[in-house]
Design a protein around this ligand. Structure first.
Ligand SMILES: [Zn+2]
Length: 311
């Protein structure tokens, strides 16, 4: 069944995740050895890129799996990402190498690049696979010990599980849901500046969904807490995998029923209502309005754009 095209960076992952292979050791080993199988190395959360023009990162450094067999034998964490047109794709954390750009099997072949600036220059499918791989490898890098008994846990099921041999505990990769919402009132939309934002940048407000809370409740609570705004309805726009480190951004629009802003100064430096016309001009590149909005990479950009275009 074709899925609707999602406007967000890191969405539209082309892989068949082929979950059945995660527990099929023989089948997975055969897929890993097959001619078209490829692995993407990561170092400290950065994907490997082949040297591009002028020393800039070029295309992603997908390599033959056999090239890195020695690292997997030495215990480097490898994740089975899925099948691309029937061919297996893996991600490998090469953190056991101290300086993989200079030593070992990758020396001189390319560089490890920060995914955030890199993503915009990648084909969409590659960005989505990087997001999947980065979130998974960061989960392993920060969840080496059993949360039940504290013993060291082991990678299982091609990277999709950790098990604790001491207590039998099973642990699964986490995704942290975050709501990000544009509250609107007629022809005005609420934008705010987080305390850590670069100067002049305004965005939609956002916050983590809490246990026992629906998406709509989280949207309403965050708007009330951060800006003192009450809403009468919430509608869903789209989601975005956000591997910094392992979130799922849930983009929404909300109808505000109040207009007076009461700022939570521990979260926000400023919040204000901006007109649809101003937001449209800033999205189109205008620098005459004293603020700017996040780039297309961010779901905030997409939910603001969707509302501007609907007017
Ligand atoms: Zn345990």
């Amino acid at each position: 069944l074709p899925l609707p095209l999602n406007p967000n960076m890191f969405a539209n992952n082309p892989l068949d995740r082929a979950g059945r292979l995660r527990t099929d050791e023989e089948g997975l080993a055969a897929a890993r050895k097959a001619g078209g199988a490829l692995v993407l190395p990561f170092f400290k959360g950065r994907p490997f890129t082949l040297a591009g023009q002028g020393g800039m990162p070029g295309e992603l450094g997908w390599l033959r799996t056999g090239l890195l067999d020695d690292l997997t034998r030495r215990g480097a964490v490898e994740i089975f990402l899925g099948l691309e047109k029937g061919q297996a794709r893996f991600a490998l954390d090469v953190g056991i190498l101290g300086d993989p750009e200079q030593q070992g099997p990758l020396a001189g072949l390319g560089t490890f690049a920060d995914l955030r600036p890199l993503a915009a220059s990648l084909p969409g499918g590659d960005a989505a696979m990087c997001a999947q791989a980065k979130a998974m490898l960061e989960w392993h890098a920060t969840h080496g010990f059993c949360a039940r008994c504290g013993d060291r846990s082991q990678v299982a099921e091609a990277g999709w599980k950790r098990i604790c041999t001491a207590c039998g505990g099973e642990h699964f990769p986490r995704t942290d849901p975050v709501v990000i919402m544009l509250a609107t009132r007629g022809d005005l939309a609420l934008v705010g500046r987080g305390k850590a934002f670069p100067p002049g940048m305004f965005s939609a407000l956002a916050g983590f969904v809490e246990p026992g809370e629906t998406i709509e409740e989280a949207v309403a609570r965050e708007l009330e807490e951060e800006a003192g705004i009450r809403v009468s309805s919430v509608s869903y726009h789209s989601t975005q995998p956000w591997p910094f480190p392992m979130s799922l951004m849930i983009g929404c629009h909300a109808e505000a029923e109040t207009a007076d802003i009461t700022l939570d100064e521990s979260e926000l430096a400023e919040a204000r209502w901006e007109s649809r016309a101003n937001l449209a001009a800033v999205l189109a590149g205008s620098k005459d309005h004293g603020f700017w909005l996040p780039p297309p990479l961010a779901i905030a950009h997409q939910i603001i754009k969707a509302w501007v275009n609907a007017g």
